[in-house]
Design a binder for this molecule. Sequence first.
Ligand code: HEC
Ligand code: HEC
Length: 329
Amino acid sequence: MRKSLRLSILFLFGTILLIAIQVQCKHDGLNVATLKQVCFDTEIAPIFSNNCASCHNNSHMESGYSYADYNSILKSITPFDAQNSKAYIAITGKGFTQLMPPNSALSENDRILIRVWIDQGAKNTICTSPPSTDGTTGGGGGGTKSDAVCFQRDILPILLSSCGTTGCHNQTSAEEGYVTVSYASVMANMVKPGAPNSSKLYTEVANNKMPPSPYTKLTKAAKDSIFNWIKNGALNSVCTSNCDTTTAVTYSNQISAVISRNCASCHSGSTAQMGILLDTYANVKTYLDNGRLLSSVKGISIQMPPGYKITSCELRQLELWKANGAKQN
Ligand code: HEC
Ligand code: HEC
């Protein structure tokens, strides 16, 4: 008797959950990955600084939040998940949260921009052209003579290729499965924003302690990039400029490289994970067609590659290629 009562409560709960999930999915018709990348510097930062920073800034943090700069904005944001981001919940007045800004809602356009930006990963996308190399431009960064260094474009690949492979930063962790180098892992204890000479990430590569022998040391250019990136605040910045999606995306020009760069190490040969092969056009197309390739790189039910996301440019290329019929071109 009691057992069947428990079962029916469980059943009822399950049904409610299913309905809730469906309702949520219906709401979520927006496929942000196919939309143009929203720029943080030109589109998002001004919304927050004009509408929020008067009450939420670094010296006066109403409710503990500041909207004065990228790093503080991110504290109330869950990248790729606007619906679960405090800032987004606040500007839509959802749940039990008071609508923000109080008494004067943002325009619908601004709310959508923020939503898309978050769902695209809440990246520090820089769309203004980089400062000139002669150092005459003012602005952020402390006036160094460097070009803008973008974490996703310039730093992460160095770390992945030089540190990921040496086994120094790809230790296994029980919950996440596989920790590879990511922005979060680097920021956890290796970087002091603004102070390269007190940042392990820089000092260890500068004095050639890392990567350890027999791996090749970093080039001077790579070291300089790391130095400048940290000096300029160590932001999780993305530069959109190197993403060439204006020319036709083809399997042989871009897609096979995206896959081999990010997936081949685990999805080729006889030891392929779960027997999933992504080593030929036919195999890639199979997983593109059944939806699992894109859902996994977006981290929808499982995150592929484990531990980091492919760049928004790579994702865009995959989507464009798919939209054009995923041909063997
Ligand atoms: C006029 C001042 C003012 C402005 C402008 C303002 N806020 Fe707030 N914000 C507040 C106050 C006051 C609270 C505390 C509200 C409360 O506790 O009920 C708050 C609380 C919050 C919270 C915390 C809510 C929670 O439940 O923990 C978030 C998130 C937030 N604001 C985001 C924003 C964002 C995003 C903007 C701009 C789009 C913004 N605020 C603009 C005054 C402001
Ligand atoms: C570091 C190794 C590694 C890399 C790199 C990697 N994968 Fe995986 N992949 C795995 C493992 C392990 C599983 C099995 C995960 C599980 O079942 O928990 C898996 C499973 C999958 C699955 C099946 C998941 C599902 O839908 O059930 C797909 C699809 C996939 N990977 C695609 C990719 C793609 C695409 C890339 C590159 C963008 C990639 N993987 C890169 C290790 C990797």
